[in-house]
Design a protein around this ligand. Structure first.
Ligand SMILES: [Zn+2]
Length: 315
């Protein structure tokens, strides 16, 4: 039961404190990919810790790592051992019912989102196949004078761009826009955004899940900008962004494009540093976003436990 308490406290800490910390970090020069990894780590961590707490409660004997946790939170463990077994069993049953309800809701909403996304993808593929043409590249070109590009998810996903993109932008700027869209497809950004939307619908009252869609949508744009800057240059992406953001064309629903939050994106392109080992940085950010709240939860409970012990021995 002590381990379950630590896990639950860790999940609660991530769910409430992580969004505030991550929003604060968004104002620094941290690379957007690292921040995106921290958001995804927090979302996955909150789900994992919450589910693990229920599994630990339902575990027939001492769950793995229970002994180690009890060694740290000794006094509290003595109290939890004195708790009647039926209380733990009731908590496990309530937790299992809660997990089941969440899974059912997630499946229902997930299927609804997946159907809508599939309908949009099919619509885009059918319409674009009729009106667009290929120029011996992987882009579907539309005969429209205004500059615009967007990516549509799928297997495989594809990039749609207008002739205006070639007419208004230099070759370098056009390549930057296309690199941005390809980064969305390579990074599975559509799937990440959809998953965040589903989680927000499943847990609307939990701050972490409720605030994730807006923050993650911005971060995938900033991350794609970074990839485009690596493929071309920061100055090229900045000038491409400036031109495309002036376009009055609206981006189709269910796609990821290029034309929002231009001032933030220009600022981020110019201030955020580049990580030399991106995968290692992303893994570290994701791991820290789970381990830090867990360590805080364990330390907090250990302090409470020690205080309770001291009070009990002095009384
Ligand atoms: Zn984009």
């Amino acid at each position: 039961m002590t381990l379950a308490l630590v896990l639950l406290l860790g999940a609660a800490l991530i769910s409430i404190a992580a969004p505030r910390m991550l929003v604060t970090l968004a104002g620094t020069s941290l690379p957007p990919g690292v921040l995106l990894a921290a958001w995804l780590g927090s979302l996955g961590g909150a789900l994992f810790l919450g589910a693990s707490a229920v599994v630990t409660l339902a575990w027939p004997d001492h769950a793995p790592a229970e002994t180690a946790v009890e060694a740290v939170v000794r006094c509290l463990s003595a109290v939890s051992h004195a708790v009647q077994p039926w209380i733990t069993e009731t908590m496990a049953a309530v937790g299992a019912l809660g997990v089941l309800a969440v899974v059912v809701r997630a499946v229902i909403l997930g299927r609804r989102y997946a159907r809508e996304q599939a309908r949009l993808r099919t619509y885009h593929r059918d319409v674009v196949a009729i009106v667009a043409r290929s120029r011996d590249d992987d882009v579907m070109w539309l005969a429209h004078p205004m500059p615009m590009a967007y990516s549509v998810a799928g297997r495989p996903g594809f990039v749609v761009a207008t002739d205006g993109l070639s007419d208004f932008l230099t070759t370098g700027e056009r390549d930057a826009v296309l690199a941005h869209e390809r980064a969305h497809l390579r990074g599975s950004h559509h799937l990440i955004v959809t998953t965040c939307d589903i989680l927000a619908a499943v847990f609307p009252a939990v701050p972490l899940f409720a605030s994730a869609p807006a923050a993650v949508k911005t971060l995938v744009e900033l991350t794609a900008d970074q990839h485009a800057a690596q493929a071309t240059s920061t100055a090229t992406v900045c000038s491409a962004l400036t031109v495309v953001s002036a376009s009055t064309l609206s981006q189709p629903a269910g796609t990821l494009g290029l034309s929002n939050e231009t001032s933030l994106r220009l600022r981020t392109l110019n201030i955020s540093w580049r990580t030399r080992w991106p995968r290692l940085s992303y893994a570290t950010a994701a791991a820290l976003s789970v381990t830090m709240p867990m360590a805080t939860a364990l330390a907090g409970l250990a302090m409470i436990s020690t205080t309770v012990c001291l009070l009990a021995t002095t009384v």
